[in-house]
Design a protein around this ligand. Structure first.
Ligand SMILES: [Zn+2]
Length: 133
């Protein structure tokens, strides 16, 4: 996977030739720049986060949709086979008992496209991030 530093779009091949538009300035801009078949899942994750922390500000940071409140609360990004949720290592630790069956690494939870999204859990994790992160 390669993310174009100019437009923020993600491609399979490094240096992939593509129409290079302006970088997304909003989460909606990011989502509509992703492949069509993953946009619905991204919008669901975004809505779950928003429902949990409606007071947080939306921005793009490090090329990723970001919820912000004086600090980064939670981020997500589309990968080829999953959505990466980035709530930070403490959140992954705190929710480890409920993340069985999901691949996690330091601060990241992988939500595969071919499984139902744990939307309530995502909402709770977002709330946890606003309180504890
Ligand atoms: Zn580009």
């Amino acid at each position: 996977m390669w993310t174009c530093p100019k437009c923020g779009r993600t491609f399979r091949n490094t240096g992939q030739d593509h129409y290079c538009g302006d970088p997304p300035e909003s989460i909606e801009g990011y989502i509509s720049g992703r492949p069509e078949e993953v946009q619905a899942a991204l919008r669901k994750v975004d809505a779950a986060i928003k429902a949990g922390i409606p007071e947080a500000k939306e921005r793009i940071s490090w090329g990723m949709p970001t919820y912000w409140q004086g600090r980064i609360l939670i981020q997500f990004a589309a990968a080829k086979r999953h959505i990466g949720l980035y709530p930070g290592p403490e959140a992954v630790e705190a929710f480890s008992g409920r993340l069985e069956g999901y691949k996690t690494s330091k601060g990241t939870i992988q939500l595969p496209y071919d499984r139902p999204l744990p939307l309530e859990l995502i909402q709770e994790i977002a709330q946890w991030c606003a309180k504890e992160r």
